[in-house]
Design a protein around this ligand. Structure first.
Ligand SMILES: [Zn+2]
Length: 185
């Protein structure tokens, strides 16, 4: 069984526009821009032997604002820029009442079965309460970092930023004692 780190996409791995207090996901590949600060951090996770997996709600696919072709092009960019093992997408809108739109845990459960993840030892990284709630329902540890979208749902760790979140996971899964160093997986 492998250990996975399941990471929210928008606002964590790529930049988003803000409209009032709402994050607006990019709708074209041209406006898709990787958050460069995430690159060395994800490389550190990969080097520790964990699987690095993206999960994302993209309701624009359901209501027609986002085409599958543009999304595929964005994810080609994401895979080229970051050491990712997989990307799981919920294409539904809230009205579809699907089991995969976060805060529901469907995407995490799908990743668990596809990659044989040990959820007890796996982590979710995000800046949003929806991911913390999905992590709780799927049985993995949520490592959330500060944002206006943290909310008041249960989370296991709340840290100042993405770097602190990644460092926390590395600290939890790799014992500090030099004689006991082993990879997470
Ligand atoms: Zn869905």
């Amino acid at each position: 069984m492998k250990l996975g780190v399941l990471i929210e996409r928008d606002g964590v791995l790529n930049k988003v526009r803000l409209q009032g207090k709402q994050q607006v996901s990019p709708l074209t590949a041209a406006e898709f821009e990787i958050n460069q600060a995430a690159v060395p951090l994800l490389k550190k996770l990969k080097a520790a032997g964990v699987m690095v997996i993206v999960t994302t709600n993209q309701p624009g696919l359901s209501d027609g604002r986002l085409s599958r072709r543009e999304l595929d092009r964005m994810h080609d960019t994401l895979r080229r820029g970051l050491p990712l093992d997989d990307i799981f997408v919920c294409p539904h809108a809230e009205v579809d009442r699907c089991p995969c739109r976060k805060p529901k845990p469907g995407l995490l459960i799908e990743a668990k079965f596809k990659w044989h993840l040990d959820m007890d030892r796996s982590f979710v990284i995000s800046d949003k309460w929806q991911d913390a709630e999905a992590a709780r329902a799927a049985g993995c540890t949520s490592v959330i970092f500060q944002s206006p979208w943290v909310g008041s749902a249960h989370h296991d760790f709340l840290l100042p930023n993405l770097k602190a979140a990644v460092d926390k996971i590395l600290q939890l899964c790799v014992p500090a004692s030099p004689s006991a160093i082993r990879a997470c997986a």
